[in-house]
Design a protein around this ligand. Structure first.
Ligand SMILES: *Cc1c(COP(=O)(O)O)cnc(C)c1O
Length: 375
């Protein structure tokens, strides 16, 4: 059969009906599975190691990405931790973006310092900055493009060719772009990870993470083993829900990107806004690179600098009615957040930066809400 479109795969890939005639796979809550008379085992033994719902959702995510392996975790952070634990070693050096997801940065600072892992933040909008900082003990280049929350763009192709030359492993946190916009493994990234809590879930009701790769070597096998042994696995119910959510992910995400494009163009002309960060705008400093590597859109996250100080920025968020003031992103409902308040110790965002996660509400209602809050 002809290679299927992502929209078809998102509905059908991985769905296992079993022996009954259900169209939808049931939830397998059993933690343990019966052995044969001679004590040999069937397909399933114990749910931490393998669960039918988890296998189904892993197969669906692998199909959407167009790769062999997907390894599901209980959260994006658990996926990140699995990558660090398997790819890093004591006394090594890792490069992370200066505008890195705060949890990634804090995980390194809090737990990998004991291994004397030196994590260094670099402005990754220019690959020569990365090249200059590569050390003999650099094990990993971690990229995030677009980054959170400043939507900085890193040239993936350039990073891949640099990393190959220097024999350094690459990981991309592709949560913001999703495989719909950016297939980073096709470009040559070694491992891609997503917080499936965000766009894959899309309804702000599942926590999850996933690591995907085309590699079948010892390291990727050890990430699989890490999942089973360290045990940060998603529950059968979360896997079932995620499977259901993924069916509508391509359509939801397309609508979110379209709404975001319209809103970014609206905000950039507004007199109360100092700056709009959105890779789809020609004014974005790396718009050309974004255009080269992002297909079908530029995502649904927009950050803005509201003219004035923190107080002005918070006045704006509190006046919004449709947009809810909460952290997280990627859901069908639009959210707004004062990023600096949630970044914990050593926040990096400017005090007047507000991040918007655009949902799929009717566009004119969203614009009207922004309009009244900016009055
Ligand atoms: C939310 C997020 C994470 C962490 O994922 P959780 O599911 O919250 O653990 C990592 N990276 C990015 C870019 C995120 O937005």
């Amino acid at each position: 059969m002809k290679k299927q479109h992502i929209q078809t795969l998102a509905i059908h890939a991985g769905e296992k009906k079993g022996k009954n005639t259900d169209i939808i796979q049931p939830i397998h809550l059993s933690t343990t599975f019966e052995r044969n008379e001679d004590s040999t085992t069937g397909e399933y033994i114990y749910t931490r190691a393998e669960n039918p719902n988890r296998i189904a959702v892993e197969q669906k995510m692998a199909s959407i990405e167009g790769v062999k392996t997907a390894i599901a975790f209980a959260s994006g952070m658990a996926a990140i931790n699995a990558l660090f634990d398997t790819l890093l070693e004591p006394n090594c050096h890792i490069l992370i973006p200066d505008d890195c997801y705060h949890g990634t940065r804090q995980l390194l600072d809090n737990f990998f310092k004991r291994w004397n892992v030196q994590s260094e933040m670099v402005d990754m909008t220019n690959v020569t900055n990365i090249e200059k900082r590569i050390q003999p003990n650099t094990k990993l280049i971690w990229i995030e493009t677009p980054s959170n929350p400043q939507l900085k763009i890193t040239d993936i192709e350039a990073v891949v060719s640099l990393a190959k030359k220097k024999a350094v492993v690459t990981v991309c946190d592709n949560t913001f772009a999703t495989p719909i916009l950016q297939k980073t493994l096709e470009i040559g990234i070694d491992y891609v990870m997503y917080s499936s809590t965000k766009f894959f879930s899309g309804h702000s009701d599942i926590l999850g993470g996933v690591v995907l790769t085309n590699k079948e070597d010892e390291v990727s096998q050890s990430i699989r083993n890490y999942q089973k042994m360290a045990g940060a696995v998603p529950s059968p119910f979360d896997c079932w829900l995620l499977n259901r959510s993924l069916a509508t992910f391509p359509l939801r995400f397309k609508a979110q990107c379209e709404n975001a494009t319209t809103i970014a163009h609206y905000l950039i002309t507004h007199s109360k806004i100092e700056k709009v960060f959105y890779p789809g705008l020609t004014s974005h400093e790396n718009h050309e690179i974004a255009k080269k590597q992002m297909k079908n859109g530029f995502g649904s996250i927009i950050s803005i600098l509201v003219k004035g100080n923190q107080e002005k920025a918070l006045q704006f968020t509190s006046k919004l009615q449709i947009f809810k003031h909460a952290t997280s992103l990627g859901g069908v409902e639009s959210l707004v957040e004062h990023r600096r308040s949630v970044e914990g110790i050593n926040p990096i965002s400017p005090e007047n930066l507000i991040r918007l996660s655009i949902g799929i509400e009717y566009i004119e209602d969203l614009i009207a809400d922004l309009e009244q809050a900016l009055m």
